[in-house]
Design a protein around this ligand. Structure first.
Ligand SMILES: Nc1nc2c(ncn2[C@@H]2O[C@H](COP(=O)(O)OP(=O)(O)OP(=O)(O)O)[C@@H](O)[C@H]2O)c(=O)[nH]1
Ligand SMILES: [Mg+2]
Length: 266
């Protein structure tokens, strides 16, 4: 495994420190293979990093609903093309499978085709999609979707957002407005596993500018090794909660640190 290739240097340093602490001064049992001992220690250090602050998506949604705090609002953020809209559809499907009713808000009013993309997912899944014309106010759409969910007793509102704006300041301004108006229970950052350290920089930027609760690592079915996930968790102190593993609605796995470690070590 090439640690440096896909893992930020801060994360590597921290893992090496953890390794040093667990290994220095310890004795190798007779017959133990050094390589195996090292790999186990390394996996342990990485697993700790990945498990920090983990929360379970399904259980969190259920507990908001149990508290009568509905509709539960989930907002997806990230730069363009990482998989926000696809992930919104996958999450909608997951929630439906868990017996929840869902409505979507087409908060990407910026990119041509974005509204239709979400609408067609919603049509496939049989859920309502609140949208406006291109260029409309994303915050107003989120608010409409929440009002509609309240009126119709719908459990969860998924707010898709734009990833592409003329510049970073515009994007963040709009996202902050959506966030203020929608007041989401959960904000999920979607990072593209293929983007490697770029995904880590993006995560850091989003975490600084607007805070998110957990991350989705998309495109893990590609030849991405997943080191970005490790670095995102490390750089933002937010856990990866889902992994995207394809373009189908079922291709969303609850994130399992051991699964990522197996991918990384394979
Ligand atoms: N292989 C694979 N492709 C994915 C995955 N998630 C998303 N994609 C694909 O990545 C492309 C971009 O996905 P979108 O969901 O449109 O991404 P987005 O973040 O909404 O993009 P913008 O709206 O342009 O900001 C699409 O072709 C998706 O099918 C995944 O887990 N695996
Ligand atoms: Mg999109």
């Amino acid at each position: 495994m090439r640690l440096e290739s896909d893992i930020s240097s801060d994360a590597v340093t921290s893992v090496l420190d953890a390794l040093r602490t667990s290994l220095v001064g310890s004795r190798l049992r007779r017959g133990a293979e050094l390589a195996k001992v090292l790999e186990a220690a390394l996996k342990r250090a990485l697993r700790n990093l990945l498990s920090a602050g983990y929360w379970d998506f399904d259980a969190s949604i259920q507990s908001f609903l149990d508290e009568g705090d509905s509709p539960v609002v989930v907002m997806l953020v990230g730069v363009n093309g990482t998989g926000k809209t696809t992930t919104a559809a996958k999450i909608a499907h997951r929630l439906q499978s868990n017996g929840h009713s869902v409505i979507a808000a087409a908060g990407d009013t910026f990119r041509a085709g974005a509204i239709q993309q979400l609408e067609s997912h919603c049509e496939n899944l049989g859920i309502r999609c609140i949208s406006s014309q291109r260029g409309g106010d994303a915050a107003a759409i989120a608010r409409d979707a929440i009002e509609s969910a309240k009126a119709k007793n719908i459990d969860v509102v998924l707010v898709d957002t734009a990833g592409r704006m003329q510049n970073k300041t515009n994007l963040m301004k709009e996202l902050e407005k959506v966030r203020r108006v929608a007041n989401p229970h959960l904000v999920l950052f979607v990072g593209d596993a293929l983007a490697g350290n770029d995904a880590v920089d993006q995560a850091r930027m989003f975490q600084e500018m607007m805070r998110f609760d957990g991350a989705v690592l998309s495109k893990m079915d590609t030849d991405a090794k997943g080191g970005a996930g490790l670095s995102i968790a490390f750089a933002t102190s937010r856990p990866i909660v889902f992994a995207g593993t394809g373009q189908g609605y079922d291709d969303l796995l609850q994130f399992d640190p051991d699964w990522l470690l197996d991918e990384m070590f394979s």
